[in-house]
Design a protein around this ligand. Structure first.
Ligand SMILES: Cc1ncc(C[n+]2csc(CCOP(=O)(O)OP(=O)(O)O)c2C)c(N)n1
Length: 616
């Protein structure tokens, strides 16, 4: 293949240089940037389709704003790869998500152009508002822009910030990047509302004549007046965003630089809260991604000349175990209602959503609502299964405490991505769930050591009356094939997997295989604790009285986690025995290869050996 060249991009190592270009050069920059993203991400993997859709927007923003002094706040940040390229990180892009490589999302530790650390969605408007308020209070003349997708816009947080903004008397611009997709198809009434705006005939005519209208815009106030009248009257009468105190302009074609640049330029001069609605295409400029934006949302390496992604021959993951269990369970349980906050693919619920559409609820990016919805369903006779990533359940925490556990409601939480997640890094690690769940009354918590145990625990949790959680990691397990038949486990009971002497490894979850290998050379006892709550106290008594030392193991923060539960129990029952807690340290673990990351914090077989030796 001919080596691609990027003559313009090569000269643009800072946005300053971009700003010095004639505006008629910008579409060439867009072409090169898009090509660079395709060539690079196909070689290293990462978030792909969303970034292709924001190429023109990114160029327009850095062209018009005085970044980093002016602030751009990206929502989620998976669409910010073009931003990374234009802000001096082009040559490092191929290291993104890898150990010691570029961060998967914007991160102020990485660059002054990354104004706010993101990864979780729907924070951009609130953070940008905070920055606008700070600028005003401190007398700083600074522009602040939030860029949010239509998926992220579905979360309550976005609306909480919008609701507050107009009373703050600040200038800020919110840009809604509407591509009609979340990771899967966007859902809900708001999405339908956006679609209606786009399907209006007037949009088509503005699109066609947009350049003329906008280029002729003489003065700011006149522009504002004319465009506002035009759009308000004809396209979006009584728009929702106007009611929230924003001046709504749109929709504008987000791939048309000739429309974007004058529109944003003018809106940046306007006072108060501005809302620009742009239409973009996820995967823009790369036909296979335009065709399959879900598949190309996040990719492993692929051949950019092929017309589709390589067929996966990956090992069965814990998510797959959940997806299969869910279908099997629903086949016999019409009361089952499965809820996902916009993570159908990641939680492996695609098959379920097709086979059991009546029992499937994608609530959009709305974790808080997902949990409370489950509460209502449980109150009135359904059996909800909330499929949620550990990191995203953090958003639904009050709902878990107040709406589910306080009422002892019958809800099963299938908590995916527990532990280190690899490329998605610090924002996505499931580092805290055992700690934050363990202190809530009524809930029982299970952590499987392999795929079969995961299936049986889901079954156990489903039949348990009251709140139950099963937390399992990202990716594949030991490779065991789960039993087709499902059997309930005895609540609060662990099992000794290897009887040794002197040192006992109490494993909570999927580190069991590492524990077993490490234990061999030292003849250590290995226990699969299974339940973090209720703890198997009898078993702990038995182990404590027959061993010299205990090592607890979990892929969760050591602080407040399963090991802490063992410590509390031993102390309070007056059993004095040497204990070492192994788990995640008290710092955020960054992105990278999971095995590298675990090696760095000694949370692997070698680390367990070292801990055993330190006790010998
Ligand atoms: C709180 C939270 N829940 C779920 C996710 C997972 N997630 C990442 S991107 C995304 C879709 C975002 O859609 P949109 O904002 O429209 O951006 P697009 O990818 O379409 O550009 C989701 C659900 C997240 N990052 N944060």
């Amino acid at each position: 293949m001919e080596q691609a060249t990027y003559p313009l991009l090569d000269t643009l190592d800072t946005p300053d240089k971009l700003r010095r270009l004639d505006s008629d050069k910008l579409s060439e920059v867009a072409d090169e940037l898009r090509q660079y993203l395709i060539n690079t991400i196909s070689q290293c993997g990462g978030h792909f389709a969303a970034g292709l859709g924001t190429v023109e927007l990114t160029i327009a923003l850095h062209y018009l704003l005085n970044t980093p002094e002016d602030r751009i706040v990206w929502d989620v940040g998976h669409q910010a790869y073009p931003h990374k390229v234009l802000t001096g990180r082009r040559h490092e892009l191929s290291s993104i998500r890898q150990t010691d490589g570029l961060s998967p999302f914007p991160d102020p530790k990485e660059s002054p152009y990354d104004t706010f650390a993101v990864g979780h969605s729907s924070t951009s408007i609130g953070a940008a508002l905070g920055m606008a308020v700070a600028a005003k209070q401190r007398g700083i003349d600074r522009k602040v822009v939030a860029v949010i997708g239509d998926g992220a816009m579905s979360a309550g947080m976005a609306f909480e910030a919008m609701n507050h903004a107009s009373s703050c008397d600040v200038d800020m611009l919110v840009i809604l990047n509407d591509n009609e997709m979340s990771i899967s198809e966007n859902v809900g009434a708001l999405n339908n509302y956006f679609a209606r705006i786009f399907s209006g005939k007037t949009y088509a005519s503005i699109k066609g004549g947009g350049k003329k209208v906008l280029n002729k815009m003489p003065g700011v106030s006149e522009f504002a007046h004319r465009v506002e009248e035009h759009l308000k009257g004809m396209v979006v009468p009584g728009t929702l965003f106007e009611e929230l105190g924003f001046n709504y302009i749109g929709p504008v074609d987000g791939h048309d630089l000739d429309a974007l640049i004058p529109t944003i330029d003018n809106m940046l001069q306007l006072k108060g809260c501005q809302f620009l609605h742009i239409g973009t295409r996820k995967g823009k400029g790369y036909a296979p991604a335009e065709e399959d934006p879900i598949g190309y949302h996040g990719v492993a390496t692929f051949d950019p000349t092929a017309s589709s992604l390589p067929k996966k021959v990956a090992a069965v993951t814990y998510s797959n175990i959940f997806g299969q269990w869910l279908c099997d369970m629903a086949a016999e349980e019409p009361r089952l209602a499965a809820i996902t906050p916009a993570m159908r693919e990641g939680s492996d619920m695609v098959a379920f959503s097709r086979q059991f559409p009546e029992q499937y609820f994608d609530v959009a990016i709305a974790e808080q609502h997902a949990v409370t919805l489950a509460g209502g369903m449980a109150i009135d006779g359904l059996k909800p299964v909330v499929a949620i990533y550990s990191t995203f359940l953090q958003r639904g925490y009050d709902q878990l405490v107040h709406d589910i556990c306080l009422q002892n409601l019958d809800v099963l939480f299938a908590i995916d991505r527990a532990g280190i997640v690899g490329g998605d890094g610090a924002t996505h690690n499931g580092a805290f769930d055992l700690s934050y769940l363990r202190c809530i009354p009524n809930i029982i918590i299970m952590a499987p050591s392999d795929e079969n145990e995961c299936r049986q625990m889901l079954y156990t949790g489903y039949h348990y009356v009251g709140p139950a959680a099963v937390r399992y990691p990202r990716g594949a397990g030991t490779g065991v094939t789960p039993d087709k038949t499902m059997t309930q486990l005895e609540i609060g009971k662990g099992r000794i997997v290897r009887q040794g002497e002197k040192i006992a490894l109490l494993s909570f979850g999927h580190l069991l295989p590492d524990a077993l290998v490490a234990a061999e050379d030292y003849n250590a006892t290995v226990v699969d604790m299974r339940f973090v709550k209720p703890l198997d106290k009898e078993l702990i008594d038995q182990i404590a009285s027959s061993h010299d030392a205990i090592i607890t193991l979990e892929e969760n923060s050591i602080h407040g986690g399963a090991g802490s539960a063992v410590n509390e129990y031993l102390l309070n029952s007056g059993q004095l025995i040497t204990v070492r807690n192994m788990g995640l340290p008290d710092r955020y673990i960054e992105h990278g290869n999971s095995l590298d990351l675990k090696a760095r914090i000694d949370l692997n077989e070698q680390g367990i050996r070292a801990t055993i030796e330190s006790l010998a």
